[in-house]
Structure formats: structure tokens, C-alpha cells
Design a protein around this ligand. Structure first.
Ligand code: SF4
Ligand code: SF4
Length: 97
């Protein structure tokens, strides 16, 4: 899913490294490889690839991640309007899917 990109700089994803225990769950559940774990701490490696699905935040046992679900999806739709392409974010919740 690496080729699915959203608008640059719109993701609301925030990581509080102080809370992170390095369990790696966020890396496992993220469909866009936005997160990794280095030296027992999560790291955001590609924030602009975040589609704001909320999976990482929902599965983090210590609430070290926060994201406002859905904004990235809307941004993706706007981007496809601009690019004259068909929107298909894959979330299954919007008119685009
Ligand atoms: S919100 Fe979804 S796409 Fe964004 S970092 Fe979390 S799991 Fe990955
Ligand atoms: S799921 Fe939470 S605690 Fe686990 S590595 Fe990711 S941010 Fe850290």
C-alpha cells in the first residue's frame, strides 16, 4: 500500500515517546508502514503516509499514540479530485469505497 499517499502535512498523528514501552504493536497494525521501533521506542518514519485509520492508537496499550480518525481519508479524496483520479481509500466507511 506504499503507493497510496495523502496530502502532505495533514496527518494528526502524534507519538508520546515518554509513554511508549516499545511493544511494537503499532508497527504490526499500521497498514502504511508509518511506524517503526528503534531501541525499544516507537518512531514515526513516514508521517505523510498516515491515512489516520486509528489502528495504532486503538492498539497501543499505553495510549502513546493519538490521531484524529478520518481526516487523512478526506484529504485523500480531495487529492484525487485535484488529480482527476478515482478515490479509493479502502476504509470501507465512505462513499469512496
Ligand atoms: S493511524 Fe493508521 S495509517 Fe496512521 S500511523 Fe496509525 S495505523 Fe498507521
Ligand atoms: S503500540 Fe504504543 S507502546 Fe507499543 S511500540 Fe507503539 S507507541 Fe510504543
Amino acid at each position: 500500500m506504499k503507493h497510496f499517499r495523502y496530502l502532505e502535512g495533514v496527518s494528526t498523528l502524534v507519538l508520546d515517546k515518554a509513554l511508549c514501552t516499545g511493544c511494537g504493536m503499532c508497527k504490526v497494525v499500521c497498514p502504511h508502514r508509518v511506524l517503526t521501533v528503534n531501541s525499544r521506542k516507537a518512531d514515526i518514519v513516514d508521517k505523510n503516509a498516515c491515512m489516520e485509520c486509528g489502528a495504532c492508537a486503538n492498539n497501543c496499550p499505553v495510549n502513546a499514540l493519538s490521531v484524529t480518525p478520518g481526516v487523512g481519508c478526506a484529504a485523500y479524496i480531495i487529492q484525487t479530485w485535484i488529480n482527476k483520479d478515482k478515490a479509493a481509500c479502502g476504509c470501507g466507511k465512505g462513499e469512496c469505497c
